[in-house]
Design a protein around this ligand. Structure first.
Ligand code: PLP
Length: 453
C-alpha cells in the first residue's frame, strides 16, 4: 500500500536580485572610472558632486546610427528632437547639427527652439495646450502645428482667417495598436471615424492646409508590432486622403516611444538584452508603410520624434557616498549626495550604478538612498554593491532623458551640467543654481520685512 504523502505548507520566498535565482543571474557589477576616456576623478575634482555629465560623442553616434538605420530602409526620413526629453540648449544644438528638427509640446519649448535659431518650418508644435498667442506665432512662422482636439482646430480656423495667413497643420491620431491601456487622450480617434471627420473639417477651410498625419503611440514601447500597426493605419489614412480628396500630404509622423537601454522596475533581466534595436523598429515601421504598395514617388516623408532612445545613454550623474548604514533588518543602505529631485527616472528605472574603482570581489544586496529628508527618496532598490567608503564616487548611468527637464528644485540647488566635447574638453552647459538665482523671483510684502529679528 502506498503511503500518503505528507502535506507540506507552501512557502513564498523572496527572489533576491543579484543572487542566482530561478530567473538566472542578474548582471554583474561593473567598474566605471572614465567617461569618453576622461577620468571621473578628474571631472569631479574640477566640478564637485553631484554633477550631470553629457557626452557629445554619444549623442552624435546614436543619432547618426538611428538616421542611418531608417534611411537605408526608407527614402525620406526626418528626425525631430523631442525637446521635453532634454531641452538644454547645448543638447538641442547637437541634435540640430545632426539635422534634426525641433519637436516641442508647449509655448515655452517653442520659444526655446526659436531662440536657438530653429526656423518655423523645422518646428513641430505638439501638445494639448497652445494659446491663441502661441498659435498666432506658429502660423506666422510657418511651423507645423499638430492639432490635438476640436477646440484647437476651431481656434486655428479662426486665427488663420483673422490674420489672413495659411496655417500648416497635421492631425494627431490615436488608434488601437494592440497595446493597452490605449493612449486615447491625445488627438483624434482612427477607428471610430473621428479623425476622418476632422480631416474633412480642415479640408473645407481655406486658410488651413493639412500637410501631415501624426501619432505618438506611447513611450518605452517594447512591441515593434505596435509600430507596424500604427505605420500601416497611418499609411492607409494617407492613401484614403489622396484618393478621396485628391490631397497629397507631405508627411506621416510616427512620434517617439522607442525604449532606451534602461531596465524597468518590473523587469528582472537587464533591458539591454530585450529592448528592440533601431533596426527592429525600422523594419516594423517600414513594413507597415510598404504593405500599402505606394509607388516610390508617392511615399510620404517619414518623421520620427524619438526622445529617450537617443539621449538616455549619453547622460551620467556623478554622486558621492555620504554615508553607509544598516537598516533594522540588517540590510545595507548607501546614502548619496543626489536625490530623486535630480533623478526623477529612478521612480520607473533600475538605474545602473557603478563604483569608480574595484573594491574586491565581495558585494552585498543594497538599497541606495538620496540626500532628501523623505522616505520616497530611493535611487535604487536591490543592487549588488561592494563596500564603498564615504567620500568615494559612483556613476549613475543612462540618465540623459527626462531628468534634466523634470528635475525639481527641492531643499537644495540644482547642480551643474557638464558636456564632454568630442575632443575631450569639459564645458559647463548649465551652471549650478545659487540662492540669489532662486530668490530673485521672490518678493516680501513690506509689512513682513524683518527688522533686526
Ligand atoms: C514625449 C514625446 C516624444 C518622445 O517620446 P520618447 O518616449 O522619449 O521617445 C515624442 N513625441 C511626442 C508627441 C511626445 O509627447
Amino acid at each position: 500500500m502506498e503511503t500518503k504523502k505528507k502535506y507540506v505548507r507552501p512557502i513564498i520566498s523572496k527572489q533576491q536580485t543579484g543572487m542566482m535565482n530561478k530567473f538566472g543571474k542578474a548582471p554583474l557589477m561593473t567598474v566605471m572610472n572614465s567617461i569618453d576616456n576622461v577620468q571621473v576623478d578628474a571631472i569631479v575634482s574640477k566640478f564637485g558632486t553631484p554633477l550631470f555629465v553629457i557626452s557629445e560623442n554619444r549623442i552624435r553616434t546614436i543619432q547618426k546610427d538611428a538616421l542611418r538605420v531608417f534611411s537605408t530602409r526608407y527614402p525620406k526620413v526626418q528626425f525631430a528632437w523631442s525637446y521635453k526629453t532634454n531641452y538644454l540648449d547645448a543638447v538641442c544644438s547637437v541634435f540640430h547639427q545632426e539635422k534634426s528638427w525641433a519637436e516641442v509640446v508647449s509655448e515655452f519649448e517653442y520659444d526655446k527652439a526659436k531662440r536657438l535659431g530653429v526656423a518655423g518650418k523645422n518646428i513641430i508644435f505638439n501638445g494639448p495646450d497652445k494659446s491663441v498667442e502661441a498659435l498666432k506665432k506658429a502660423i506666422n512662422d510657418g511651423a507645423n502645428i499638430h492639432i490635438d482636439h476640436y477646440d484647437e482646430l476651431y481656434r486655428i480656423v479662426e486665427i488663420s482667417e483673422a490674420i489672413n495667413r495659411t496655417a500648416r497643420v497635421a492631425l494627431r491620431i490615436n488608434m488601437d495598436i494592440g497595446v493597452y491601456p490605449k493612449w486615447d487622450r491625445f488627438g483624434f480617434n482612427y477607428e471610430n471615424g473621428e479623425a476622418l471627420d476632422a480631416i474633412k473639417r480642415i479640408i473645407i477651410s481655406k486658410n488651413v492646409k493639412l500637410v501631415g498625419l501624426h501619432t505618438h503611440i506611447g513611450t518605452y514601447m517594447l512591441s515593434t508590432n505596435a509600430y507596424r500597426i500604427a505605420a500601416s493605419k497611418m499609411t492607409s489614412l494617407y492613401k484614403n486622403i489622396k484618393s478621396e480628396f485628391e490631397l497629397n500630404l507631405e508627411y506621416i509622423d510616427l512620434g517617439g516611444g522607442f525604449a532606451s537601454k534602461n531596465t524597468l522596475h518590473a523587469q528582472y533581466l537587464d533591458a539591454s538584452g530585450i529592448v528592440p534595436t533601431f533596426e527592429d523598429y525600422a523594419d516594423a515601421i517600414t513594413a507597415g508603410i510598404f504593405e500599402h504598395n505606394l509607388k516610390a514617388h508617392e511615399l510620404p516623408l517619414l518623421i520620427l520624434e524619438t526622445g529617450r532612445a537617443l539621449v538616455d545613454e549619453a547622460g551620467y550623474l556623478l554622486a558621492r557616498v555620504i554615508a553607509n548604514k544598516r537598516l533594522s533588518n540588517g540590510r545595507r543602505a548607501v546614502v548619496l549626495d543626489a536625490g530623486v529631485n535630480l533623478l526623477f527616472t529612478s521612480f520607473w528605472y533600475k538605474h545602473k550604478i557603478s563604483p569608480t574603482q574595484f573594491y574586491g570581489e565581495y558585494s552585498e544586496d543594497s538599497v541606495v538612498y538620496g540626500n532628501l529628508c523623505m522616505n520616497i527618496d530611493v535611487i535604487r532598490d536591490g543592487i549588488q554593491l561592494p563596500p564603498i567608503p564615504v567620500g568615494d564616487i559612483v556613476v549613475i548611468q543612462n540618465v540623459g532623458a527626462y531628468n534634466m527637464t523634470q528635475w525639481m528644485q527641492f531643499i537644495s540647488l540644482r547642480p551643474k551640467v557638464v558636456m564632454i566635447m568630442e575632443d575631450g574638453a569639459l564645458e559647463v552647459i548649465r551652471d549650478n543654481e545659487t540662492l540669489e538665482y532662486i530668490a530673485q523671483l521672490e518678493k516680501v510684502p513690506s509689512k513682513l520685512k524683518l527688522k533686526g529679528y
